[in-house]
Design a protein around this ligand. Structure first.
Ligand SMILES: *Cc1c(COP(=O)(O)O)cnc(C)c1O
Length: 410
């Protein structure tokens, strides 16, 4: 990754206009990056520039604007290919979000490769969007959804995973980083073990891409899904990476314009990759702006991003664990910047409300991961999730906010 100038968090914060806001009479402390991230000015500018200068449909017109829009749209695809070190641009499919990417694989791959009595493996710490599509498919096909258990720190039990793999395993679909616990999973190892049994692998990268470099060649996964909005890009745009040999063999997900070469009522010929999987007019502005987000992150460089976030995580973990009555949920050795916690005296919802009064935004609830809450026998957690623009002062404010919760509930 590129290393820019020395990391200056205050300068970086200056690039994010929303962070300058006051909320409930206090400066905003934004610690809900796991739900969605804020956008740098360059991403906002990319959207405005597209709609004020080149707005036109892609892949259709011979006119100048359409060509410019197509160049920018395809340019964004190339940036994203480079960002995740995929081999070819046609392996990068624009989707709406992680959820759509996973559903695409369920419909166009798993439906044709999983049969009665076959196994699909997920983990106990998946987001609902990496559970429900597989449940639906297993029900339709008479296949089994197997769940790899986790230990009390939130680490995947690799020996249990090994035992689960067998000739019936057709697909392993596992998160790269847990949104509820912050655990970074040994993704390359998980892929390698699945491949040894002839199973395909999808990684849910929604929480990985904002925090660390991801490399498709190194991971060797068959599919990788993520959302633009958690990566400092806009909502409504996401990415599904798929190995060309897989995508080539798969039928389209949706039918319509742009995904065809020719249509007659007798026979329709599908378009080449990646267009086969991009039916209809895409979110052109969103794709271009996601390209701008990737430029922004690449310019900062993951060397600096991960160093800064690791320091914040260490600082936050120490601060929260030293407050009596606060318990961290998710204490794996390798974690991304997520601090999930519960308090003896206060329900997460009340924690969230009292923090909000002080301008502190965190997420409370089950984080779309109810099975992992059940695993820890809790209904919900309060979750502070970090981005590179957070500071130690943000953590100090969180600690002060928690002190206030303790006061209210004393
Ligand atoms: C947010 C998230 C998703 C779903 O992302 P959408 O943008 O809502 O589709 C899936 N998996 C994980 C791990 C997430 O954090």
């Amino acid at each position: 990754m590129t290393t820019g100038a020395a990391f200056d968090v205050n300068k970086v914060r200056g690039d994010f206009p929303l962070l300058k806001q006051q909320v409930n009479g206090n400066p905003l402390i934004y610690l809900d990056n796991g739900a969605t991230s804020q956008k740098p000015q360059s991403v906002i500018d990319a959207i405005v520039r597209y709609y004020t200068t080149t707005n036109s449909n892609v892949h259709r017109g011979v006119h100048t604007l359409s060509q410019l829009a197509t160049e920018d749209y395809e340019g964004a695809r190339a940036k994203i290919r480079k960002f995740i070190n995929a081999g070819e641009d046609r392996e990068i499919i624009f989707t709406r979000n992680t959820t759509e990417g996973i559903n695409l694989v369920a419909h166009s791959y798993a439906r044709h490769n999983v049969g009665p009595g076959d196994d699909i493996i997920v983990s106990n710490m998946e987001h609902h969007s990496n559970i429900v599509p597989w449940q639906m498919l297993c029900e339709e096909k008479g296949a089994n959804l197997r769940v790899v258990p986790i230990d009390d720190t939130g680490e995947l039990l690799m020996d249990e995973y090994e035992k689960m793999l067998g000739p019936r395993t057709k697909l392993v679909s596992i998160t790269h980083v847990s949104n509820a616990l912050g655990t970074i999973l040994p993704a390359a190892k998980i892929v390698q073990m699945a491949h040894a049994h002839g199973a395909a692998v999808l990684l849910d990268g929604a929480q990985a891409v904002p925090h660390m470099p991801v490399d498709m060649k190194e991971l060797d996964c068959d599919f990788y899904a993520f959302s633009g909005h958690k990566l400092f890009g806009p909502t409504g745009i996401g990415i599904l990476y798929g190995k060309a040999e897989f995508l080539e063999a798969m039928p389209p997900f949706m039918g319509g314009g742009d995904m065809i070469k020719s249509v007659t009522f007798e026979k329709t010929i599908y378009n080449d990759l990646p267009y086969k999987f991009e039916a209809g007019t895409p979110d052109i502005a969103g794709a271009i702006a996601l390209g701008a987000a990737v430029d922004y992150v690449s310019n900062l460089g993951f060397d600096q991003i991960t160093a800064h976030e690791e320091e914040l995580l260490r600082y936050g973990t120490e601060a929260l664990s030293s407050i009596a009555g606060v318990k961290l949920i998710g204490t794996a050795a390798h974690k991304a910047g997520i601090l999930s916690f519960v308090m003896d005296k206060a329900h997460p919802h009340d924690i969230g409300t009292i923090l909000d009064e002080q301008g502190i935004a965190i997420r409370t609830g089950h984080h779309c991961a109810q099975p992992v809450m059940q695993r820890f026998q809790i209904p919900a957690t309060a979750r502070a999730s970090l981005a590179f623009y957070n500071t130690k002062e943000d953590i100090d404010a969180l600690v002060k906010g928690i002190d206030r919760v303790l006061e209210v509930f004393s």
